[in-house]
Design a protein around this ligand. Sequence first.
Ligand code: ADP
Length: 488
Amino acid sequence: MTQEHKTQKKDHSKFFIDFKSIRFKYWLSFIGFATILLLILWLLQIVFLNQFYESMKVREIEKIGYNLTKQYNSKHFKQTVLLTAFTKGIDISIVNEDRYITFPKSDNNVFSQPKSLPREYFNQYFAKLDKKTKPSKIFTQSFLGSDEIQLSYSSILGEKNGKIEYLLMTTPLEPVESTIDILKNQLIIISGLSLALALVLSFFMSNHLAKPLVRMAKSAKKLGDGHFDVEFTKGDYTEADELADTLNHATDELSKTLEMRKDLIANVSHDLKTPLTVIKSYGEMIRDISGDNPELRKEHVNTIIQEADNLTLLVNDLLDLSKVESELSHLQKYPLDLEKLARSVLNRFKMMEQYNGYHFDLEVKGTVVILADESKMRQVLYNFIANAVNYAGLDKQVLIKITETGDQVLCQVIDHGKGIPEDQQKYIWDRYYRVQKNHSRFIVGTGLGLFIVKSILDLHDFNYGVESKVNEGSCFYFKAPVFKDIKK
Ligand code: ADP
């Protein structure tokens, strides 16, 4: 039932447009862009074409008139007039103050009277012209019973034979309506085509853009459901590739941390359970068997104490971790003598020298005072030495070397244990990481010790590392600047 309901719902959602989706937004901007472009085209071609054409014509005729007027006194004036009339398709005539058209002549008969211009036209063209105040004028006129509009230009040319001569130029303003009609039809086709093209293109492009996102959202959902083997697939374009890379990396890290956390819980519960079982059974043994036998009882009590110590170690590691991680842990840096610190830490391992056959050596060269937080550095040294003890070789030797090298102090903790394989060395500083996954009863550990060390040394900004060879031993070290007392 539920399945059916879900499917129905899904089918339904197909018909709704998601206004927030990348597809819709992309499509909208594409269409918007195409519409704006078309609108500009319409305005220029259709609405303003008439004005555009008229003002262009006016400017052209003004320029020609101005040039001709200037050339009135030149030798080739009449030739120029004829040539201009011919090439530009303009009617050009020269009229004198008696209204006679002196050029061009109406026929080739030199004796015939020149044609004269009707008075009303003459007045219309030339009446208000004045050499100084208004040497030329331009205007449009339409004629009754005709659609044609005529553009006229008139100007004063100068005097000839004691009579003033005028220039008259007329040209029809072609009606642009028919052109506009053609353009309109063309534009309708162009608009339709480009909108359709924009629609199709934007559909494909937005699909192309959204595809990797949709794919990755599906993978992320799987990840959210706990499938850590999910892969964010690359493809399509660089940004999607980068996103896929980042998400794959995050998935890796997440699954690693979860894996380690699982290990830790398994380890910690094992580590808690085993000493408790031992403590309980040794307690019972004391109660039932060795209570009256002082020697055996002492042995049993020692075992109980040792197991309790192991438990403390484990709990301490967990507590340290939360302390280092909490925001409250601020460094309190003071001058710190590493030799004194090492001696005091080694004191805690004295028992192991006495009872377990370990041997600790401390070598100090130079002044080994640094500026650091004492309690935190104590933890670093303690963890290094505890590891050296835990993973020491058969010789049970641990060497602590503290050396002043120029302006640095180098502190090394060296053992001859089983070492760490090179490919594992970069991971041992990670939280919960342990080289030996199958848990050994004899080595209590949480995989947190070196992570705590790393956090502390990072806080101090000290360099640190490990040099290790399998079956030869390890040398864990850190380097800190020598503290220089400026008061000295
Ligand atoms: P643990 O509590 O397991 O000791 P650490 O963070 O201190 O955790 O160390 C991480 C891992 O690094 C250990 O599990 C161990 O495998 C390896 N390791 C640390 N110190 C040494 C050492 N001195 N010799 C060999 N291996 C070591």
